[in-house]
Structures are given as structure tokens and as C-alpha cells.
Design a protein around this ligand. Structure first.
Ligand code: SF4
Length: 306
């Protein structure tokens, strides 16, 4: 089936099934173009909560994001087009690891990045995103905090808040964002001396120091809109550049390292999206005992002003 036909079929099925297509910022361009909403995982889950008429959510993203959508939208059917789309960083933190850390720091609250599995979220006090991590940490009446699974995000939040963040596990990381190196940014800066550099807080401290701006994907979109620079070097998964270019056609965006692709995000194709809608697969369900605790941690995060 050619691309135009496939797109038409997807749109037709979407209407018939009262489905919403939600695409993460790192999805393939053709998936972003067909989606009802593009954003980060929590932005998308919250959009879905407001869409009362939607019966099915097709979450074009990775496992933990579809889980969060299912937790926050229990009355809707949540589909993940590709079951193998798993975030390796989310898999790095286990419940046993959290329990072990708690025995060493019994009084420390546990803050988990939303990039975790629901089973882990059920064992934390509050969740955070890369957009609100500083506000969430500052909202807690504690100076020592257990934080997982991204060590770089923990370091970034510790720098911004002055608090002690104990990373769990010790070396959790995003395999895509650690590929950005300050040397590559330095080469690009020589080539484009007037360019500004923005990177994601999942990048290493050295890479963050080489940037003019550090922020989540939503904050990067905002920064790009507001910036007067004509050229912007971007240190995050290359999928975001499609959105940045569409929203700012007069500006030039250059990815700081071309190999920084999240293979799991790219597993969703138009063919797989079509099959997911047609066969209503793969349904993501979180057992209520787990969902209840994880939902509380997510809802506490929503109450923090950012
Ligand atoms: S970019 Fe990194 S954190 Fe995001 S889904 Fe891929 S591996 Fe996970």
C-alpha cells in the first residue's frame, strides 16, 4: 500500500474507532504528521484526559509512556503499535533497587522520572518530568532525595536546587542522549559561530556546560520560538528537529550528533500504526493495584506549580 493510501486508511479507521493518535516528539516525521497531538509523554497523556469523546488512544511512543496514558486514562483503551518499543533507561530501575536504596536512606523521599515502568512508579513518593524536575525537587521538605533512573538528570536537578540527589541505580542513563559530546558541539560552533546550542538535561554534565540552554523537549520548542538566533544546534533525539523545523521555518536546526537516534522510538511505522488500529493491538493495561499507587505519584506531580 502506498503512503497516501495508508494515511487515508489510518484516518478513516481513526474516525470509525473514535481514536486519538498521540505521537511523542521523537517519532518519525510521517507519524508526527498524522498525529492529533505531538508532545512529551505527560503532555500527551494530559491532552488525552481532556478528550472525553475519545475511546481509544494510540500511543506512538515507548512502553512506559503508554503505561502512564493507561494509568491516567483508565476508561480508555490504550494501544502501543509496537510491543518491542521499550525505553532501555526505564528498564534500568527495578523495584528491588528502590527497596535496597530505601534501606540505606529510610527518611529520603523517592522521586522518579516519568521514564520508569509503572511497577517502579508505584514505589515512589512523586514523579517528575525533565520539564518540572527542579520544581518537584524544590517542593519537597527534604535535602536528601533518592532519584531515578537518570543520573544526568539527577545531577542537573542537584545543580539547580542545591539538594543532594542519590541516583538509583547508580549509573542509569539514556543511551541516546549520552551520545552527545562537547567536542562535536565545538566543531559545529566553529562552522556556525552565530548559532546557539540547546541540549536536553539527560545529556552529560560536560555537554550541558557546552550549551546556551538546557531544557526538556517542550522547553526547547519554546526556546527555539523565542530565540533571535537564525541557527540552533540541538542536543536531543533527532525526531524533535522535524517539529522544530515545521514550527520555525525561517530558522536552521542542526542536530549536534547525527547518530543520536532512539531506535525504540523509531519502531513505530505507518504500517504498524495501521495494524494497531485495525486489530486493536497491543492493548496496554496496568493492574489496578499498581496503577493506583503510580497514579497518586503522577497526580502529586501535577499539583506542583511549574
Ligand atoms: S530517547 Fe532515551 S529516554 Fe527517551 S525513549 Fe529513547 S532511550 Fe528512553
Amino acid at each position: 500500500m502506498n503512503k497516501v493510501k495508508l494515511t487515508d486508511k489510518i484516518l478513516q479507521l481513526k474516525k470509525e474507532k473514535k481514536a486519538l493518535i498521540l505521537a511523542h516528539n521523537y517519532q518519525r516525521p510521517e507519524i508526527q504528521d498524522i498525529a492529533d497531538y505531538i508532545g512529551d509523554s505527560i503532555e500527551l497523556s494530559r491532552k488525552a484526559m481532556l478528550e472525553k469523546d475519545a475511546e481509544t488512544l494510540v500511543f506512538c511512543a515507548v512502553d512506559f509512556m503508554a503505561e502512564s496514558a493507561a494509568i491516567l486514562n483508565p476508561e480508555k483503551k490504550v494501544l502501543l503499535p509496537t510491543l518491542g518499543a521499550r525505553c532501555p533507561m526505564a528498564q534500568m530501575l527495578t523495584v528491588d533497587e528502590i527497596k535496597r536504596a530505601k534501606t540505606h536512606y529510610p527518611d529520603a523521599p523517592v522521586v522518579l522520572y516519568v521514564n520508569t515502568l509503572a511497577t517502579s512508579k508505584a514505589y515512589c513518593d512523586i514523579c517528575c518530568t525533565s520539564a518540572n524536575v527542579v520544581e518537584v525537587i524544590n517542593s519537597l521538605d527534604a535535602d536528601t532525595i533518592l532519584f531515578g533512573p537518570d543520573r544526568n538528570l539527577a545531577e542537573y536537578a542537584a545543580e539547580k536546587t542545591g539538594k543532594t540527589l542519590i541516583p538509583i541505580p547508580e549509573w542509569g542513563f539514556c543511551p541516546t542522549h549520552v551520545l552527545f559530546q562537547p567536542e562535536d558541539i565545538a566543531v559545529l560552533k566553529q562552522q556556525y559561530p552565530d548559532a546557539v546550542v540547546m541540549v536536553h538535561p539527560e545529556c552529560s554534565a560536560e555537554t550541558r556546560r557546552a550549551a546556551d540552554f538546557v531544557g526538556s523537549t517542550s522547553k526547547m520548542c519554546h526556546y527555539a520560538r523565542e530565540s533571535t538566533a537564525e541557527t540552533i544546534i540541538v542536543g536531543t533525539e533527532e525526531g524533535l528537529l522535524h517539529r522544530l523545523r515545521k514550527e520555525n521555518p525561517e530558522k536552521r536546526f542542526i542536530v549536534a550528533y547525527e547518530g543520536a537516534v532512539c531506535p525504540n522510538m523509531k519502531l513505530t511505522t505507518l504500517e504498524r500504526l495501521y495494524a494497531a488500529l485495525k486489530e486493536e493491538k497491543h492493548v496496554i493495561k496496568v493492574p489496578e493495584a499498581t496503577a493506583k499507587h503510580a497514579r497518586t505519584a503522577l497526580e502529586k506531580m501535577f499539583l506542583v506549580k511549574s
